[in-house]
Design a protein around this ligand. Structure first.
Ligand code: C2E
Ligand code: MG
Ligand code: MG
Ligand code: MG
Length: 288
């Protein structure tokens, strides 16, 4: 009788729940395979000086070319990669792939500006990371000044004291540093001053409803003026419309990226954008 009751507690059993766990196990196994085979592809999104619309750099964004499922976006696997620690290998694969591509554009005389790459905070805890970065600069013959790393505000603020130390080590190499998704975490002003960062990236959730949403408009203006008073560069992400652009220009946001200019694109497409952008620069037009 007691046994029967015990079995009854299984009435909460949900097949979808088991299915979800199995799916996660499968995904984890496939992600490990993806790391072993390097099934990742780098997409690049150009970044612009808003006043001239010249390309000043690009952000490398990961895609997973899954053997059966096609192209998978980072939001579907980066969280699992973080949980399992696989993000450390993944970010290093991405860094090598992005830098190698970036180098080839420089070698061809293009002007790709600054290469920006996203880093997990887990990476900054690795003792050999600084050595790894230095190794990459040698392997791809890149100047540290042409490289920027982005860490999200949320991750940076998890252990802010540790972040300060880690970012100082990176910054000492001569690379640029940016706080990503700014406005979604809870930075205190004192930490923002202590982080040795060069740039603030306004999260795209603040941009999407500009200029109508008054709170977002107020916050965006506040972040821009905060950046200026701390002597930091500021870039807006997720610029999708002329209205967004106009608002940002009007409030002196210097840089931006977004679908209005270009979606993240594969390397061949990025090369075309760089070639066109060089042609559009006045001095080149005079030469040809
Ligand atoms: P993020 O670094 O904040 O990158 C910006 C995201 O906004 C990208 O999404 C980009 O495709 C998207 N985006 C850009 N412009 C627009 C726009 O105008 N409208 C809209 N709706 N979206 C826009 P994506 O590529 O899906 O990447 C998502 C996040 O995944 C990134 O956010 C970043 O946090 C993470 N991530 C991407 N690549 C890497 C990587 O190599 N390493 C690590 N650790 N994280 C990465
Ligand atoms: Mg980013
Ligand atoms: Mg962002
Ligand atoms: Mg984001």
């Amino acid at each position: 009788k007691a046994k029967a009751d015990g079995r009854n507690t299984c009435r909460f059993y949900k097949p979808e729940f088991t299915e979800r766990i199995l799916e996660r196990v499968r995904l984890e196994r496939q992600l490990r395979q993806a790391v072993d085979d390097d099934q990742f592809v780098v997409y690049f999104q150009p970044q612009y000086e808003l006043s001239t619309q010249n390309i000043i750099g690009m952000e490398a964004l990961i895609r997973w070319q899954h053997p059966d499922k096609g192209l998978i976006f980072p939001d579907s696997f980066i969280p699992l990669a973080e949980e399992t620690g696989m993000i450390i290998d993944i970010d290093r694969l991405m860094m090598r792939a992005s830098m190698s591509q970036f180098k080839s554009w420089l070698a061809d005389g293009l002007k790709p500006g600054v290469l920006s790459m996203n880093l997990s905070m887990l990476q900054l805890d690795q003792d050999d990371f600084i050595e790894f970065v230095k190794r990459c600069f040698l392997d791809y013959e890149l100047e540290p000044a042409s490289i920027m790393f982005e860490v999200t505000e949320t991750q940076a603020m998890l252990k802010p004291e540790q972040t300060v130390i880690a970012l100082k080590q990176l910054s000492a190499l001569g690379v640029g540093l940016a706080i990503d998704d700014f406005g979604t975490g809870f930075s205190s002003l004192s930490y923002l001053k202590k982080f040795p960062v060069n740039k603030i990236k306004i999260d795209r959730s603040f941009i999407s409803d500009l200029p109508e949403d008054r709170d977002d408009a107020e916050l965006t203006r506040a972040i821009i003026s905060l950046s200026k008073s701390l002597n930091l560069d500021v870039i807006a992400e997720g610029i999708e419309s002329k209205d967004h652009l106009e608002f940002l220009l009007c409030h002196h946001c210097d840089e931006g990226q977004g679908y209005l200019f270009s979606k993240p694109v594969p390397a061949e497409k990025m090369r075309l954008l760089l070639e066109t952008s060089v042609k559009n620069q006045p001095e080149r037009v005079v030469q040809t």
